[in-house]
Design a protein. Structure first.
Length: 270
């Protein structure tokens, strides 16, 4: 059954293209039977706006998201005889209040589902461009303490509390997967978005034991609550694989995880 559960439009996302209805019409033309509309949730601080949003305020993003939900529900009804549309959001995890803000949004708009994604580490974008990735990387501290999300009753992590990252990359990757774990614990998203997007600008970086322990913890947690890992074709822009890359993909299979398919499109022709 042709389907995708992760998409964006230029109408409601500044780095995408096209109207939301054009995206839906293209999905119908390509004979999708189920299609998920999952615009980014709003960000609530000026410092978290992207360069193309420099003329906006956080309140504008909140208004835009409300407008997205209204338009998505309209299209859901208009095209119900041709396609099943699901209306959701793609998450962020920037500050300590991010997950509670998302929970409020889901409740307020009675959304169908959540794509649980992380795009920031140390309050810095890690997949927007190489320059901001390097900024996030520069925030490495050799005395990085293990976060509150590093050890859990459900975790497979056994490293002693005295274990510290040995490089900026290891620190950044650990922080990313700890932030992802927070999203998983608080939101239990139906879909886990681009599981290892942190690899985008370090495609050849060898994952260390400390990183793998966190990956296994997160995978086991998702399987435990019945979530789905997306095979996200956006990865093909940078790698020979979709997200998650082959090593993590094979780990998920070995542990009995289940997948869904997402194109993470950013417009009717993207």
């Amino acid at each position: 059954m042709p389907f995708s559960l992760h998409s964006h439009s230029g109408q409601f996302c500044k780095h995408a293209k096209g109207e939301l209805e054009e995206v839906v019409q293209e999905a119908i033309r390509r004979k999708f039977l189920v299609y998920g509309l999952s615009e980014h949730c709003p960000r609530y601080r000026v410092q978290d706006l992207y360069p193309e949003e420099s003329h906006l305020q956080p309140s504008d993003l909140a208004k835009t998201f409300s407008e997205f939900v209204l338009e998505a529900r309209r299209l859901q009804l208009k095209y119900k005889s041709k396609i099943t549309l699901l209306v959701g959001l793609e998450s962020e995890n920037i500050t300590d209040s991010s997950t509670s803000e998302i929970i409020d949004l889901v409740s307020k708009h009675d959304l169908d589902y959540v794509v649980g994604s992380v795009h920031h580490v140390h309050e810095t974008p890690i997949d927007f461009d190489r320059e901001t990735f390097e900024v996030a990387l520069s925030k490495y501290s050799p005395n990085y303490p293990l976060s509150d999300y590093s050890v859990s009753d459900n975790a497979s992590i056994n490293d002693p509390i005295s274990s510290y990252p040995k490089s900026p990359e290891e620190s950044l990757f650990i922080s990313y997967f700890d932030s992802q774990y927070q999203i998983l614990q608080h939101l239990r998203p139906m879909i886990v978005g681009h599981f290892d997007v942190i690899r985008i600008y370090r495609p050849k970086y060898k994952l260390t034991d400390l990183i793998w322990q966190r990956i296994e913890r997160n995978v086991e947690f998702v399987i435990g609550y019945g979530g789905l890992f997306e095979i996200n074709s956006a990865g093909f822009k940078y790698f020979d694989d979709a997200y998650p890359l082959r090593d993590i993909f094979e780990l998920i299979i070995r542990k009995g995880g289940k997948f869904t398919i997402s194109d993470d499109s950013h417009g009717p022709s993207m």
